[in-house]
Structures are given as structure tokens and as C-alpha cells.
Design a protein around this ligand. Sequence first.
Ligand code: ATP
Ligand code: MG
Length: 248
Amino acid sequence: MNHALELHQITKRFGATQILRGIDLSIGRGERHALIGPNGAGKSTLFDVISGRTQASSGRVVLNGADVSGMAPHRVSRHGLARSFQTTSVFAGLPVVDNLRCAVLGAPSARGIDRWLRSRAIDREADRILDAIGLAARRDELAASLSYAEQRALDLGIALATRAPVLLLDEPTAGMNRAESARALALIRSTTEGRTLLIVEHDMEAVFGIAERISVLVRGRVIATGTPAQIRANRVVRDAYLGDEALP
Ligand SMILES: Nc1ncnc2c1ncn2[C@@H]1O[C@H](COP(=O)(O)OP(=O)(O)OP(=O)(O)O)[C@@H](O)[C@H]1O
Ligand SMILES: [Mg+2]
């Protein structure tokens, strides 16, 4: 079993509208894979299907060798998946560090009553992630007081804290300025080392900088999968999505 994630002929219909039209995709362990495509192509819907937030109309999702098709999100996450949403979803009313503590507590390997006995370990892990995401100085402030970019960094930290080997990040730099975006991407690159990453991102410089392979989703179909160089050279992709001047 070499793949962290396999999608087999995924389709999704909302009423009469077909959003996903037979998606096949395999992502290797430790691979960084970007999913790109125009607005409304179905990228977030595909993330919803993978993470169990919505059910596919047909097709199979295999995560770390287990068929997780149709499972509820909490069960999918036990098979080693964490996701961040297109919009920030931190607990605004909790201190920054407690957002991370909650995520560490919910981690698959920290289950059971002894989780409470190991709270020092949980603190240490939360502080380690705080350092990694550059928020150590904001540790005890409410998450609500963070800037937008800092909340997105915390979002990433929450996904990391679950220790899930497979991460789905949906537009982690959306709404950031260039400097914030560059910082966030450097952070993602360094903190996700060794994990499998599927990232939706509109910033092409970021995509071509971070991804080992890229898939292009257009109107519910993957029209191309390949290395950044292959995608850059793909005429169909340029015509359907990238254009010529958008490329870094
Ligand atoms: N619950 C729903 N009911 C009906 N239609 C939906 C639902 N969720 C999404 N859609 C439609 O599915 C299509 C794909 O949406 P989706 O959010 O997956 O696109 P996306 O590729 O993530 O776009 P963006 O780049 O703008 O985030 C859109 O036309 C959207 O309106
Ligand atoms: Mg989306």
C-alpha cells in the first residue's frame, strides 16, 4: 500500500447539478500535491467528500489503505486526516494555546483517560507547535484578538496538532497580503515536512513553489495531473485555466 489517499471515480451531485464528474486521483505518502482550478470547479466540494463532511454520490475514498467512503468526519479523522477550511475556524473565545491543547487532546494517539495524566506532555506539544507557527508571544491571548493571518496560522497549527499524517488545506493564504502569504507558505512547507499534503491554492507562485505534483480541476473533472513543469507546459491547462501570463 503506497498511497496515502486514493480517489476512485468520485461523483457528487447537488440536486440536478453535477459538481464532481468522476475524479480519480492517487497521492503518495509524503507527497505535496496541489489542487488548482477556477472558482466553482469543485475543489472545496472534493475536500468535503474526502473528509466526510458531505457524501459522494458515487465512488470511493481510500485513506491510508482504509475505505472511508461515507464515514462521518470524526471517523475519517481517526484514519489519519486533518483539514483546514477555506474560512478560518478557530475557537475565537479560547486562548491561543488552548486551541492547540484541544487539538492535541483530540489526537488519535492521545486517547483515553490517561490523556489527563499526561497534561504536561500536552502542554509541551502545544508550546512546540506555538513556536513552529510563530505565535509563542500570543500564547495566552484570546484567538479572537489575533490578526487574520495569525488566525490562519493557528488554523494550520490545529491541523498539525492532530498529528494526522494526511493534511488537506483549503486556500490557507486566502485574504492575505503578499508578505503574509509568503510567510504562511514557508510555514506550511517547514511544518508539514514528512506528511502528505493536499492543498488548494489560487496563488500560482505558491503552488509552483510548494507542490511536487499538481492536479487541475475544471468543471468537476481533473483535466491534468503532473509535475509543476508538466503542468506549466500543458497547453490544455493553459487554455482552460492558467493563461500564459499567470505563471511564475
Ligand atoms: N451544498 C451545496 N448545494 C448546492 N450547490 C453547491 C453546494 N456546495 C457547493 N455547491 C456548488 O458546487 C460548485 C463547486 O463549489 P466549490 O465550493 O466546491 O468550488 P471551489 O472549486 O472550491 O471554488 P472556489 O475556488 O471559489 O473556492 C459551485 O457551483 C457551488 O455553487
Ligand atoms: Mg473552494
